[in-house]
Design a protein around this ligand. Structure first.
Ligand code: TEU
Ligand code: CA
Length: 554
């Protein structure tokens, strides 16, 4: 079963801008994370992933890097980062850095030089093309709306930007650029980081004919996602950098299904330790941004099971997550952020920690944070949401109130509101007004209250993490689906060499009955954890309360 530290680990994602402000300027920073080390320790996580902390003009909150070897002024200094690394080390917590290698900032000196003339040595570090028929070179769309091409007066050509205009795509076809990238990665490895999360890393190889996109969805994706040389580039990068250090890597990969996933994470291919899948968070957007789609638990069960089987049969691994800085809060999507907030947050947390893969907790998830409810379109900060709002306003199908409602449901700001530490004026995050509005429910949902609550979500997460450490079956057990057709209950087993787990999750706000007698033949089991008052009697036939979760050891 090929043991690895990162298979046994639980990762905690920190969005530094919103975690904790140490110098009272309203912006979270590195020293703010150092101040909260005991909190992370208490939760019991093994590693933290930091969203980008490099120098950046912040057009996309750090995903537009202007210097890969310097720290953003607002976040502190390189010395602060080194101190954080030391403190993490003392607490046995590993550090995963976010690398954004598909694009840089337009303020990076490479791009500044690249755009100056057609024949300068940096020209080919980016993707420049002539226009066609008075327009852009092709019909590819940017993730943030509009064409993915921007005309640049200076040299009368277009450059490609799959994200904002201030995030020009790097040209991985250029060998010299690739060497520079590898040098940067090695520089960070030498500094002692334990791994990387690689931003949209499956977009680095573009079809060099740049054909017009024909498929549904973001136009052109069939030519820029999982492109012709993507695995060649990744294998070269891996061999020349992180594989020499046995670092953990998690590739962020939109437009990847379970079959494509294997090409990135099959152990013998030596590309990534795991990837970040997307499909399990797309059920509520099947009809696009402007409409919240209905979906059924069966779809989620089928999808998760397909991925679990595929990966375990082929020596592959995955990350497990519901929340990150791009995703709305999970209790407001797949759970209940009202009456059953605590129950459903724990039930979802149970799923996160009991499937086969490495769980990633996003800050605030461990206290059951919910989506926001901004009352004005002007409150949104997220570049993606602002683009979508403009798009919908231009289409004119929805009223302002309808746009506000959908923006509140979808916005990445849901994840980015400052971490509520207590009920004081700025939630203990800062003594000044934070860069982004707090979630208005922070007087009720905050760390201090959560730690004091008898039915605390935080404490439940603590237990989940502790159980993973105690029983290897959590990390290594084989996944087996049960009650495949049940409309409300997600049930599965994890089969280990010493123990088996049985997990029962009720995704509904009603009681749900189950009967496992045809699928299981055990009559004794130890209840390891549940989100209701425990009744110790085990039975193959029974009923689960609303959003009840149970984990049994067999
Ligand atoms: O996200 C890539 C990505 O696929 C997102 O644009 C996603 O589709 C969207 O946010 C869903 O709402 C990564 C980063 O995680 C994101 O924060 C960056 O904005 C983006 O890359 C560009 O670097
Ligand atoms: Ca600060």
């Amino acid at each position: 079963m090929n043991k690895k530290w990162w298979k046994e680990a639980v990762v905690y994602q920190i969005y530094p801008r919103s975690f904790n402000d140490s110098n009272q300027d309203g912006i979270g920073d590195l020293r703010g994370i150092i101040e909260k080390i005991d909190y992370l320790d208490q939760l019991g996580v093994d590693a933290i992933w930091l969203n980008p902390v490099y120098k950046s003009p912040n057009d996309d909150n750090g995903y537009d890097i202007s210097d890969y070897k310097a720290i953003m002024d607002e976040f502190g200094t390189m010395e602060d980062l080194e101190e954080l690394m030391q403190v993490l080390d003392e607490h046995n917590i590993k550090l995963i850095m976010d690398l954004v290698l598909n694009h840089s900032s337009d303020e990076h000196h490479w791009f500044q030089k690249s755009r100056q003339s057609k024949d300068n040595p940096y020209r080919d570090y980016y993707i420049w093309r002539d226009g066609k028929n008075g327009g852009p070179p092709n019909n590819w769309q940017s993730f943030f709306g509009g064409s993915a091409w921007k005309y640049d007066q200076q040299t009368e050509q277009y450059y490609l930007h799959l994200f904002s205009e201030k995030q020009p795509d790097l040209n991985w076809e250029n060998q010299e650029l690739r060497a520079k990238i590898y040098e940067i990665i090695n520089w960070w490895l030498e500094k002692g980081v334990d791994g990387f999360r690689l931003d949209v890393i499956n977009l680095i190889s573009k079809d060099q004919d740049f054909p017009d996109g024909k498929k549904e969805g973001l136009r052109g994706h069939e030519y820029f996602a999982n492109g012709p040389r993507v695995h060649e580039f990744i294998q070269e990068m891996a061999a020349k950098t992180y594989n020499k250090y046995q670092a953990m890597t998690v590739g962020e990969t939109p437009f990847v299904d379970k079959d494509e996933a294997l090409n990135f994470v099959k152990a013998e291919r030596k590309e990534f330790s795991m990837i970040i899948p997307f499909e399990h968070l797309e059920f509520d957007s099947k009809e696009g941004w402007a409409q919240i789609s209905d979906w059924k638990l069966k779809e989620l069960k089928d999808l998760m099971s397909d991925w679990q089987f595929k990966l375990q049969e082929n020596n592959g691994w995955t990350s497990l997550y519901f929340c990150n800085h791009d995703q709305p809060r999970i209790v407001s999507r797949y759970g209940d952020d009202g009456q059953y907030r605590r129950e459903s947050a724990k039930m979802l947390g149970t799923m996160l920690h009991t499937l086969r893969g490495t769980p990633f907790i996003y800050q605030g998830e461990e206290i059951g944070m919910t989506n926001i409810n901004f009352d004005s379109l002007a409150d949104f900060d997220d570049i993606e949401t602002r683009a979508k709002i403009r798009e919908e306003q231009a289409k004119g199908n929805l009223s302002q109130a309808e746009i506000l409602e959908i923006a509140n449901y979808r916005t990445r700001d849901n994840a980015r509101t400052p971490m509520p530490w207590n009920e004081e004026e700025y939630a203990g995050f800062s003594e000044t007004k934070p860069w982004l509005k707090l979630n208005s429910n922070y007087p009720e949902i905050n760390v201090e209250k959560e730690l004091a609550a008898s039915d605390s979500i935080f404490k439940y997460y603590q237990k989940l993490i502790a159980l993973r450490k105690k029983y290897p079956v959590f990390a290594y057990g084989k996944y087996k689906l049960l009650l495949a057709e049940h409309p409300d209950i997600y049930a599965y087993q994890r089969l280990g060499s010493k123990n088996n787990l049985l997990v029962l999750l009720n995704f509904s706000s009603q009681a749900a009955v189950f009967d496992l007698r045809t699928e299981l033949s055990v009559n004794q089991a130890e209840l390891l954890l549940t989100n209701y008052q425990s009744e110790n009697k085990f039975s193959l036939k029974g009923s689960l309360k609303p959003y009840e979760a149970r984990v049994y050891l067999l």
